[in-house]
Ligand binder design. Structure first.
Ligand code: HEM
Length: 441
């Protein structure tokens, strides 16, 4: 049996406190001091940090031996039993049912929605206006996923949905680093009540959407129809099941993309050379018109910008899974009941695989540069059987939204803005992203 080095606490509860105060700082230090792997005790759990691409690869190939960690289970209070949180055979069956909505041809049909929604936003923006780009990108991503997957316009509801989600994320951040995280979600503490209120507000939107669709009774081929009208051996999905899947897709599909686009604007504003190269590509390929599906493969630098942004500031910054049985990963024996963490934020900045890792250099994602790196030095969308179902959707959305907006706009942070990160289930900018809009065409 090989055990990675154990990081000892100087006093009981040190890691709980440390994680809730500065999870990123603690993990960066653990990786710097211990390299490929280490373990530590967080309350009742023994936690393993696997910090080498080969270990990450081996781990993802054995996901059948794991379930989502307790800290993620708390999201069930809002998401219910959707794709992100369900396990085992039920998860497998639901993933098969939903997968067709993400097939290449289906995603291609969403391209015009992505451009149309980004264009509508661009037309609303005004020169010199100061706004929170994080809020803008969240609303944009929500309207895109709502229209693409469910055929509904969510612009009017966006602010309320975002407020509910923001409340839930803030409470989750507190709970996820406590002992027995799911305990807090079950009892009527004031914060639990706030999360329940947030869920109620989200439920009213989703159940309304389901009721309207059922009333029309028309199978128009979109995901909601598929979920409502497809019958398997167990009969059609109940409204509650449809609600959980729809809520998961709406939230997982906009929170991540919204943050990725937000960080991309920030990083472009700090890196004028990359921004100029992006504009050169957009001018030469689009020549003054909006992008289309056919342009996506002709915009490699735009995609590289989006990729590099998710390297430095990955919206899904860490993943944690609980071992259901004893497993061996890369020679390390992980006991049943331990939590395994793989952290994108660490490996994406690891100097063993990235030269000058703190610098924003989209060229790292040229085909040649990519070929020279281990596969799991970069995994913004996770891996294995739980890899993000929306990955291709997200790449297309990132390229098309960026291409549509960057043709006209170059946002700049307000004077004195300092980016602080808020690592909860996803990684948001702590105080939003106030930026001033500048027209560039
Ligand atoms: C930049 C954008 C995105 C990022 C960085 C991202 C990241 C991830 C990651 C890391 C996971 C794995 C979670 C885990 O192993 O615990 C995941 C799962 C998932 N993502 Fe995404 N995602 C993005 C966009 C989307 C979009 C656009 C959708 C849907 C429209 C989506 C829906 C989901 C769902 C449903 C799962 C659960 C899949 C399963 O367990 O079967 N994501 N995502």
């Amino acid at each position: 049996m090989v055990d990675p080095p154990m990081i000892r606490q100087r006093y009981p509860g040190e890691f709980f406190l440390g994680f809730s105060r500065d999870a990123l700082g603690l993990l960066v230090k653990a990786a710097r001091d211990h390299g490929d792997a280490c373990c530590f005790r967080v309350g009742p759990y023994r936690a393993y940090l696997l910090n080498h691409p080969d270990l990450v690869q081996d781990f993802f190939s054995q996901l059948q031996n794991f379930q989502k960690e307790p800290a993620l289970q708390i999201t069930r209070t809002v998401l219910g039993d959707g794709l992100l949180t369900s396990e085992g055979d039920y998860h497998k069956k639901q993933r098969q049912l939903i997968q067709p909505a993400f097939h290449r041809q289906r995603i291609a049909s969403y391209a015009s929605i992505m451009v149309e929604k980004a264009l509508a936003l661009s037309q609303k923006w005004r020169e010199g206006q100061t706004l929170d780009i994080n809020e803008e990108m969240m609303h944009l991503a929500l309207s895109i996923v709502g229209k693409s997957l469910f055929g509904v316009n969510l612009e009017e509801e966006a602010a309320e949905i975002d407020e509910a989600l923001g409340t839930a994320m803030a409470v989750f951040k507190e709970w996820m680093y406590r002992p027995f995280p799911t305990f807090w979600a079950q009892w009527p503490f004031p914060k639990t009540l706030r999360v329940r209120k947030a869920r109620k507000s989200l439920d009213s939107k989703i159940f309304g959407m389901i009721a309207r669709h059922r009333q029309r009774g028309v199978d128009n081929g979109d995901l909601l129809s598929m979920m409502l009208f497809t019958e398997d051996a167990g009969g059609p999905m109940t409204d509650e099941q449809v609600r959980d899947e729809a809520m998961t897709l709406l939230l997982a599909g906009h929170e991540t993309v919204g943050n990725a686009l937000t960080y991309t604007w920030y990083l472009l504003s700090q890196n004028p050379e990359a921004e100029a190269r992006l504009h050169t590509e957009l001018d030469s390929v689009l020549g003054g018109r909006s992008p289309t599906l056919e342009d996506v493969p002709k915009l490699p630098y735009t995609e590289m910008v989006f990729a590099e942004s998710m390297r430095l500031l990955p919206p899904a910054w860490a993943l944690g899974y609980l071992a259901l049985r004893d497993v061996r990963i890369g020679g390390y024996d992980i006991p049943k009941g331990a939590v395994v963490n793989v952290v994108q934020y660490l490996l994406h900045r690891d100097p063993r695989f990235w030269e000058e890792p703190e610098k924003f250099k989209p060229e790292r994602f040229s085909p040649e540069a990519k070929a020279g790196r281990p596969r799991f030095a970069y995994f913004p969308f996770g891996g294995g059987s739980r890899q993000c179902i929306g990955e291709s959707f997200a790449w297309m959305e990132g390229v098309l939204a960026l291409a549509t907006l960057a043709r006209h706009w170059a946002p700049r942070p307000v004077a004195g803005y300092k980016l602080e990160l808020f690592p909860s289930i996803t990684m948001r900018p702590k105080h939003g992203m106030p930026m001033v809009l500048h027209r560039c065409s």
